[in-house]
Ligand binder design. Structure first.
Ligand SMILES: Cc1cc2nc3c(=O)[nH]c(=O)nc-3n(C[C@H](O)[C@H](O)[C@H](O)COP(=O)(O)O)c2cc1C
Length: 386
């Protein structure tokens, strides 16, 4: 996947260096074009070294008939302009092509995805001319990441900040992925639940939510409408997800999933919902002097079983099985017992909380083994079920 990054002379240019680093880590092929003014703020050498890539600044550096703007604009899968100054936005919106960056912007095919990351002082952003220019680019197929509010480099507080680079990377993936889940609605649960003991203590498990969040992100990239229902995690809310609902206890998870699941085509139960909860919770802190504390536990509602009993014929129900041994045997048993279409069994001891996973995707007819980053495995899971 080739990314062509245009860099103009906004003060957030130093954040674009980190964007290049992130793109390189994700194995994107990169070329960079900088405006002359941008190269006054940061040397092109910095971008070239961080991205291990070519940086172009001059339209007229034609070598052996290789014309930079026509070649680069044709070869790229996506054009990202970050940071985009008010000046460069205005030029592109007017069709002006007076430097390499604006010439490339004009030469990019209409069908190539384009991302605009406007960043500037809030008065420059609110200026009606800038607003009109951004609108023109939106109407010409540019995807515009909304500038954020907060402290600006000039010392003022307002709208105009550069967004988190992770959002730009996610948008690149979203705009370039094949839409194999178009018109599908996907419901994903993720993370652990917390079962109250008293107002300050709870029982929980080691689930990080990473697998479920990866599945939700990938489903969105592949074109689905995605609802993510999450127990408490330390993860950032995935950018671009259509509906994000946070719950705490297994009972809340049960109620929200049951109230929603009939609207969805694919339901993926990644959450590690507690199997047991405390029978008699205390509304006051249990004092530690009570050192022989015995908690009586009772079973929680079995969400996957309920879904299996009530699912419609055309719905695909997928459960996860976190086991510590006999993965395939327990997975097969769970598949039948819960009336699921797939059980994805994994080794809870090895993969919980990690970025990598190894799973067995078990259906009535097949068992497939997948291994890799949780996002990669999520992609493979969707390829299997679609
Ligand atoms: C220190 C500094 C920071 C700047 N930051 C921004 C900015 O964040 N956004 C913006 O639109 N212009 C900013 N400007 C103004 C642009 O650099 C100026 O309009 C320039 O002509 C744009 O050239 P370019 O679009 O070819 O890069 C800044 C200028 C300076 C000197």
């Amino acid at each position: 996947m080739h990314v062509l990054l245009g860099v103009s002379s906004g003060i957030a240019i130093y954040k674009a260096v980190d964007l290049v680093s992130k793109l390189r880590k994700e194995s994107f092929q990169i070329d960079i074009i900088m405006t002359e003014n941008a190269s006054k703020l940061i040397s092109p050498s910095v971008f070239s070294a961080v991205g291990n890539c070519n940086v172009y600044t001059n339209t007229f550096n034609v070598n052996n008939g290789w014309i930079i703007h026509t070649e680069l604009s044709q070869k790229t899968d996506i054009f990202v302009l970050a940071p985009a100054t008010a000046n460069t936005i205005a030029k592109i919106a007017s069709g002006i092509a007076d430097n390499l960056l604006t010439t490339v912007a004009l030469a990019i095919p209409n069908a190539t995805p384009k991302i605009l990351v406007p960043t500037m002082n809030s008065r420059m952003l609110e200026n009606l001319i800038t607003q009109k220019n951004i609108e023109i680019l939106k109407n010409n197929g540019w995807y515009v990441t909304e500038p954020e509010e907060g402290h600006l480099a000039c010392g003022e507080i307002g709208k105009g900040r550069y967004p988190e680079n992770q959002k730009i990377v996610e948008t690149i993936k979203f705009l370039t992925a094949p839409k194999i889940l178009k018109n599908k609605k996907v419901l994903v649960t993720a993370g652990p639940t917390r079962e109250k003991i008293d107002p300050i203590r709870y029982i929980s498990n080691y689930s990080s939510g990473k697998m479920g969040y990866s599945i939700a992100k990938v489903a969105k990239r592949l074109g689905a409408y995605v609802c993510l229902i999450s127990g408490p995690t330390c993860l950032e809310k995935p950018y671009l997800i259509d509906n994000f609902i946070e719950v705490t206890s297994s009972q809340e998870m049960y109620e929200i999933v049951l109230s929603k699941f009939l609207e969805y085509d694919i339901i993926i139960m990644t959450a590690a919902i507690a199997d047991f909860k405390v029978k008699n919770t205390s509304n006051k802190k249990i004092k530690k002097e009570n050192f022989n504390l015995i908690l009586e536990l009772e079973r929680t509602m079995d969400v996957l079983s309920e879904l299996g009993k009530n699912k419609k014929e055309n719905q695909i129900l997928i459960g996860f099985a976190a086991e510590t041994e006999n993965f395939i045997e327990y997975g097969k048993e769970k598949l039948l017992k819960k009336n699921a279409d797939y059980i994805i069994a994994n080794n809870a001891k090895e993969v919980m909380g990690k970025d990598f996973t190894k799973v067995y995707v078990i259906s009535k007819t097949k068992i497939e083994e997948l291994e890799g980053s949780k996002e990669k495995v999520a992609e493979e899971i969707f390829k299997i079920i679609i």
